[in-house]
Ligand binder design. Structure first.
Ligand SMILES: Nc1ncnc2c1ncn2[C@@H]1O[C@H](COP(=O)(O)OP(=O)(O)OP(=O)(O)O)[C@@H](O)[C@H]1O
Length: 553
């Protein structure tokens, strides 16, 4: 990350201490000279005092300006980074079982990412100051006294050396702490989601124990990070105090005439000595600041790394970010049944030896209703997911109404599909909001019609004002499937309906009702249903049987 203007402004503000110290030293020298000549009076220091004040104002202005700039830039940078990571996560294929745990991702994006701001606003400017200010001060001191410059020069490298040694461990400890924190968030979120199961199986105690262990471990890691941070500040304070003290001792004894050497063969004046004395603490100041924000560096870099890992390329669904992907059906009000053609399809899940499909082919005419059947694990759900472009295929082609499914066309083609999943995710909120899903173009009228089509109005009106709970609490299994049907019904441009086991786990009566609603919805559209249900399959125009994937010999 390059230096920002804000950091430069802050470094310039700090460098103004040099002329300020010169003004002070000059004023004291003049006062001493005037006292020697018995010609005291405030006028002789008015000039340097006014300049000192002016420089002070300029310094404050530069500092404030720089800080504001750095802060704004950091916030904008972080927002951009979060956007990129969120976009990468959103593009992740739902079929990727190694995708980051939701709790971990949420913790990294929301909480840990905040550590990037102090890193950019405090650590980066402090680092620039460390690189510039000590050199400037050395350049100002050495022409006056090589001895004082030598003391500073000898004390200075010890500080970064020790800090680097300590910082090394700090970063490792900080990274470990972040991993621990993310892991704990992921565990907590997972168990909170499954609280009912945990309680039903009497595993509350064991879960609480694991959570307690995780919290203890996090506490220890946090203390380790703090211990290292304190150690680095202690090292620095010690060396900077020693450095300043040695300069003060040298200048004091030199002015008293006890230490004659060190000023290039001459004797320092009071003003020169004072100038050196004023600059000595300022020489160590940036190093002390850097140490104070050293922990920000470890936390910031660890957070950046965690965000980068989240944004890393993973198996993604087919989509061209930013492109709408033109579709002939886009914007059409009435469903236009689409044709589907699959040729030589090959697909294997990453890391699995046997492909789910070797060279699969299927043709579906517009408006045709097809039941895809076969044993459990033969790839029915996978086939629907591939048609929807939720994962890239390894070979073969899928064409929807003659348009080959690819990253460029997937977004547009998905606009003319509706997905009725096996386990529809129900968001906490009203039934209406769960049907509309915030999709532009799905207004109250469409939602009402969709609820009617899916026979869900009664549920929607049952508890006006109180919404559904997280994960669908408040809906029966059959109602959850009907909610998925309503979501599809609210999307009139969908010419291809993909339904994954819509009647699984339902009693005969509910399965019959869901089938009726599905067939009503599929009128004039192409329908592909993955199912084990022979009754549902018998009501569809065609049945396609998939073979079980062959284990490699
Ligand atoms: N996300 C995934 N990552 C890796 N392998 C997977 C994934 N999802 C499914 N599989 C495997 O791919 C094969 C096909 O799974 P799929 O879910 O498509 O079967 P299915 O026919 O729909 O089964 P069911 O009728 O039980 O729902 C199975 O062997 C399954 O274990």
């Amino acid at each position: 990350m390059g230096w920002s203007w804000g950091s430069l402004l802050q470094a310039m503000a700090s460098a103004l201490w040099l002329p300020q110290a010169a003004c002070l030293a000059y004023a004291v020298q003049r006062l001493a000279d005037a006292a020697a000549q018995d010609a005291a009076g405030w006028r002789i220091v008015a000039g340097p005092a006014a300049l000192l004040l002016l420089l002070g104002l300029l310094r404050a202005a530069l500092e404030g300006w720089g800080l504001r700039r750095v802060f704004r830039q950091a916030r904008a940078g972080l927002s951009q980074l979060r956007e990129q990571v969120a976009a990468a996560l959103a593009l992740g294929s739902p079929l990727d079982r190694a995708r980051p745990a939701s709790g971990l991702a949420a913790s990294a994006i929301a909480e840990q990412a905040e550590a990037v701001v102090p890193y950019l606003t405090r650590y980066q400017p402090a680092r620039l100051r460390v690189m510039v200010l000590p050199l400037l001060i050395l350049a100002a001191v050495s022409p006056l006294s090589w001895a004082a410059a030598l003391v500073l020069l000898l004390a200075a490298p010890l500080i970064p050396l020790f800090m680097a040694l300590v910082g090394w461990r700090a970063q490792a400890a900080s990274e470990a702490q972040m991993v621990e924190m993310g892991g704990m968030s992921a565990f907590l979120l997972d168990r909170l989601r499954g609280l009912a199961t945990v309680r039903a199986l009497d595993a509350v105690q064991a879960t609480a124990q694991r959570l307690d262990d995780a919290a203890q471990s996090l506490r220890q890691r946090t203390l380790r990070v703090l211990r290292i941070a304190f150690l680095s500040s202690a090292v620095l304070e010690l060396f900077s105090a020693l450095g300043v003290a040695m300069v003060a001792v040298y200048v004091g004894f030199h002015l008293l005439g006890q230490l004659e050497f060190g000023a290039w063969g001459r004797r320092l004046s009071l003003g020169e000595g004072l100038f050196i004395l004023l600059l000595a603490p300022a020489f160590f100041e940036p190093l002390r600041e850097l140490s104070a924000v050293w922990h920000d560096r470890a936390a910031g870099e660890a957070a950046l790394q965690a965000l980068r890992r989240l944004g890393e390329a993973r198996p993604a669904l087919l989509a061209a970010p930013g492109s709408g992907g033109a579709s002939a059906h886009l914007g059409a009000d009435r469903p236009a049944a689409v044709a589907l053609r699959i040729e030589g399809l090959r697909f294997a899940y990453p890391g699995t030896p046997a492909p789910v499909f070797g060279a699969f082919g299927l043709q579906v005419a517009p408006g045709e209703h097809v039941a895809v059947m076969g044993g459990s694990g033969c790839g029915k759900s996978t086939l629907l997911a591939l048609i929807a472009g939720l994962a890239p295929v390894q070979a073969g082609r899928i064409e929807i109404d003659g348009v080959p499914l690819s990253a460029a066309t997937a977004d547009g083609l998905r606009e003319c599909m509706a997905w009725i999943g096996q386990r529809p995710h129900v968001f906490a909120g009203s039934v209406q909001a769960n049907v509309a899903l915030g999709r532009p173009g799905v207004g109250a009228a469409q939602v009402r019609a969709a609820l009617q089509a899916a026979a869900l109005e009664r549920v929607a009106q049952a508890h006006p004002g109180t919404g559904l709970g997280e994960g669908g609490a408040g809906l029966s299994g059959g109602e959850a499937v009907r909610l998925a049907l309503a979501r599809a019904a609210a999307w009139p441009q969908a010419g291809l309906l993909l339904a994954d086991e819509p009647t699984a786990h339902l009693d005969a009566q509910t399965a019959h009702e869901v089938t009726q609603a599905l067939l009503l919805l599929a009128r004039g559209r192409t329908l592909i249903v993955a199912t084990h249900d022979p009754v549902l399959a018998a009501r569809l125009g065609r049945q396609v049987r998939l073979d079980m994937p062959q284990e490699p010999a």
